[in-house]
Design a protein around this ligand. Structure first.
Ligand code: AMP
Ligand code: ZN
Length: 112
């Protein structure tokens, strides 16, 4: 979708540190990392938010992709957090579905 920042990342129009590519999805480093490892996993097609994701297979593939990226980053044993912020109360600021993968430090609960 023109004007969508993550569509532009997927199209290679905005530079990003892409760490993993898969069928219809990719993972890249968050520009403002909140943990030693902070990746964003996105579908390459535009989906505005989790509310708009109609395909459960795509959602499962995104989560499995995040799991694989965590393992490849060496986070599997110590652990990590996977987050999908959705709409304003969820803290979503970029309206292209993305999964945050955070790791490399202990996470707090409850989240802010
Ligand atoms: P959210 O608040 O869940 O919508 O998360 C959006 C995330 O995108 C934030 O963590 C931002 O730091 C990150 N972000 C915004 N623009 C870029 C970009 N051009 N490259 C990488 N990460 C970005
Ligand atoms: Zn988009």
């Amino acid at each position: 979708m023109s004007g969508c920042i993550f569509c532009r990342v997927a199209a290679g129009e905005i530079p990003a540190e892409i760490v993993k590519r898969g069928e219809g999805m990719l993972a890249f480093t968050d520009i403002s990392p909140q943990a030693p490892t902070h990746l964003l996993i996105i579908p390459t097609i535009h989906i505005g938010s989790l509310n708009d994701a109609k395909d459960p297979t795509l959602l499962g593939n995104l989560v499995a992709f995040a799991r694989d990226a965590a393992r490849e980053a060496g986070l599997a044993t110590r652990g990590y957090r996977v987050v999908i912020n959705t709409n304003p109360d969820g803290g979503q600021t970029v309206f292209h579905l993305h999964v945050h993968l955070l790791g490399g430090r202990p996470m707090h609960w409850p989240p802010g």
